[in-house]
Design a protein around this ligand. Structure first.
Ligand code: T1G
Length: 696
């Protein structure tokens, strides 16, 4: 059945689209709208109303159709049909009109928008540019500044801003359909195609501003420059020439390597929070969340929970720390109000939902408690033991541990099935990634509840099994190991950081280590079995810590940080330490190329990821892309470690790892069995799923 229906009411042809889940402009929708418009020529029709059922107006072109043979009518054909319709067309927008959805509305003669709706051009987040006239129509209606803001930032704007910018004619305070029909009755409607509006005035200042934004915030991505070029073309050429230029630039982006990488991530991020083997369990109800430990992580977790509407009770053995932590959460709420992110009502509501427990019993009403105390198993065991006594048997007990054995913690509970890991990433109220660590005994109901919690927090919940470091931190050990060994062999920390920053990371491993605190890794390594890691790779790290150089927090680590600033400067003291460690190890430094740095760090990351995927710690390969892009700064336009590996070619990776084993020994350089297996049958790491492999 077609997702497009039509009816004529008071000489108004109402075309209604209902194409779940988000009214993407799939072929059936395009075809249905073009067919419906053919009825507009009738004398019974004076005007056309285009409106969507469901939760939103068109969310854009159907991304899942990209890369497949195009099916007519194309989006451009549909947009032409709207613009050439002999009767005035009104678009009624609710939810979000995004990408091709907004471009469809711009091909209409009038636009009405629900007060809570938003419009945007997010194509750049997919490595694309608007390809259906958006870069030409928005500047004609609203000027270059807003066109560049929408198309380069990719962020939607509110109905209020849309009306101010003259992209939309009026806001509907309530029932959108009634408002639209009333507007039609009260307005002398004419055809007013945007393409006939005057050529926009060039705004070089806006181009410079948004080019600077792209260089800073979207470094390495090619779509931002392409979209700026397309918007620029709207001012220099007639409409059709501008449309042609937009099309050329769109095709360039579509056929490049970055868009497939970013589109793959779009779907991977939505797939990550689904279980390969669905669970038949209902989620538990969550209303009150306890957070134990009020350091940076605890504060972020509390703020995130408040932002999702939960009541939050904070607890800390140290009452001063509890007061400080509680006040820091309050400051985050106040900051959100000051920045206009929340309303006054939300601000006071969040403060009202935040409280402090004076003792363990103060947490007894919690439906979920997340412990975010110091990363020490003995301390965590103590906390779990106390919580287990005061919580209801069906209350969920979660650890925010980033490495430790969740199963060992579960053994301390009378109800181990209620225990799991919820590994947040700092700052927890901002970072989107949440590793949901499933213990051996974690119940289905707790897992389903955790996935629902992640969605309510607007985080990407990635399910993983129990191992040291779960997915992200386990892969990080290989990456950090190679970085450390490369410095021993002859590279400087600055060179390693620079090479990986050029690859696309926001910062290199040594800058990151300084930021996290070198003493954290130092303490963790002392708890590990020496066979579990390459101690040599961290001798410089250890010596720095023993000298009191713990990183940013002490204004010196691998780098120096002047005057409390966070800007790293190379430090001769570090070079001296590197030299002394090399001579102590009997290493004669050699030239190390940037290419070798990138290769060894990437292959270590990929191989460790393939090991843990083969062990079933991750459900699927694409989850590892999601974790590394959203938790560790892997460049989004490269799609994640496994997308990058698939692009390099798994056979190439296998042979390079074998060559590195010949050169550096096979203690760490041994090809993961799954990697070798997939290479042999020419399959993809990103597409691998443990469930599929079990069924095959
Ligand atoms: N195409 C296909 N599927 C889509 C889709 C789209 N445009 N948008 C969402 N989905 C699926 C998604 O995969 C998920 O599927 C379900 O809908 C719910 O999505 C020519 C070239 C609209 C803000 O970039 O931003 O137009 O997992 O979980 O959190 O110039 O979806 O349920 O199977 O995200 O409520 C431009 C992308 C396309 C918008 C809703 N448009 N979508 O968020 O739900 S390119 C976009 C979103 C284009 C033209 C260009 C969000 C949303 P499943 P969800 P949500």
């Amino acid at each position: 059945m077609s997702p497009v229906s039509r009816e004529v009411q008071d000489k108004c042809l109402i075309i209604t689209i209902n194409h779940a889940p988000v009214n993407a402009l799939s072929h059936a929708v395009r075809d249905g709208i073009v067919a419906a418009l053919s009825g507009a020529g009738s004398d019974d029709v004076d005007v056309v109303l285009l409106i969507c059922d469901g939760r939103t107006f068109f969310s854009g072109a159907d991304i899942s159709e990209f890369g497949k043979p195009p099916k007519s009518p194309s989006l451009a054909d549909m947009i032409d049909a709207l613009e050439q319709c002999p009767k005035p067309v009104i678009a009624a927008i609710h939810g979000q009109a995004l990408g091709g959805g907004l471009e469809t509305a711009l091909a209409c003669d009038y636009r009405i928008m629900d007060a809570s709706a938003r419009i945007g051009l997010p194509e750049v987040t997919l490595g694309l540019i608007p390809g259906a006239g958006g870069t030409q129509r928005v500047p004609r209606l609203a000027g270059m500044e807003i066109a560049l803001e929408l198309a380069v930032s990719g962020k939607p704007i509110s109905a209020e801003r849309a009306v101010d910018a003259k992209l939309v004619d009026c806001i509907s305070p309530e029932n959108l359909r009634q408002t639209a029909l009333r507007f039609i009755k009260q307005t002398r409607l004419t055809k007013r195609p945007v393409r006939e509006m005057p050529v926009p005035i060039m705004d070089e200042a806006a181009i410079e501003k948004w080019s600077g934004f792209a260089r800073k915030k979207l470094a390495g991505q090619t779509a931002p420059d392409a979209v700026i070029e397309a918007v620029r073309a709207s001012c220099q050429e007639d409409f059709l020439a501008g449309l042609t230029r937009e099309r050329e630039l769109f095709v360039d982006c579509m056929s490049g390597a970055q868009s497939p990488a970013m589109r793959q991530l779009f779907f991977a991020e939505r797939l990550a929070s689904k279980l390969e083997v669905p669970l038949q369990a209902d989620p538990l109800s969550l209303r009150t969340v306890g957070v134990v430990g009020t350091g940076t992580m605890g504060v972020g977790i509390a703020a995130a929970m408040l932002g999702a509407g939960y009541d939050v009770i904070m607890s800390d053995a140290n009452t001063d720390a509890l007061t400080v932590g509680h006040d820091r959460v309050g400051a985050i709420i106040d900051g959100d109000l000051a920045k206009g992110r929340i309303t006054g009502a939300e601000h006071s509501g969040r403060h009202a939902k935040l409280s402090k427990a004076q003792d363990w019993a103060g947490l007894s009403a919690c439906d979920l408690v997340v412990e975010a105390v110091f990363e020490d198993m003995e301390i965590k065991k103590l906390v779990f033991g106390e919580l287990d006594k005061v919580l209801r048997p069906d209350a969920i007990l979660a650890s925010n541990t980033s490495y430790l054995d969740v199963d060992a913690l579960a053994q301390l509970s009378r109800n181990p099935e209620r225990v799991l890991g919820l590994h947040f990433f700092s700052p927890a109220h901002i970072m989107k990634l949440l590793e949901i660590v499933r213990g051996e005994q974690t119940s289905d109901a707790v897992m389903v509840t955790a996935l629902k919690l992640a969605k309510s927090l607007r985080k990407i919940g990635v399910v993983c099994g129990v191992c040291h470091g779960f997915i992200g931190n386990r892969m990080l050990t290989g990456y950090a190991r190679e970085a450390g060994l490369l410095v021993l062999e002859g590279a400087s920390p600055e060179q390693v950081d620079k090479a990986l920053k050029s690859f696309g990371f926001p910062m290199g491993p040594f800058t990151m280590a300084d930021m996290a605190g070198l003493d954290i890794g130092y303490a963790n390594r002392r708890k590990l079995d020496p066979r579990q890691f390459e101690a040599r790779a961290f001798h410089v790290h250890d010596q720095l810590v023993e000298m009191g150089r713990k990183g940013q927090k002490t204004q010196a680590g691998f780098y120096r940080y002047e005057g409390g600033e966070r800007i790293p400067s190379a430090d001769a003291a570090t070079s001296k330490i590197v030299t002394s460690v090399r001579s102590r190890e009997g290493i004669v430094p050699r030239d190390v190329s940037d290419a070798e740095i990138v290769e060894r760090c990437m292959l270590a990351l990929i191989n460790e990821g393939a090991l843990l995927l083969g062990e079933g710690i991750a459900q699927r390969g694409s989850d590892i892309n999601v974790v590394y892009v959203n938790g560790y700064g892997f460049p989004r336009w490269r799609g994640g470690p496994f997308h990058y590996a698939d692009a390099l070619g798994l056979n190439q990776i296998v042979s390079r790892i074998e060559a590195l084993a010949d050169q550096h020994g096979s203690r760490w350089w041994h090809v993961a069995p799954l990697l070798r297996e997939l290479a042999e049958v020419d399959r993809s790491l990103s597409d691998y799923s443990s469930a599929i492999s079990q069924s095959n």
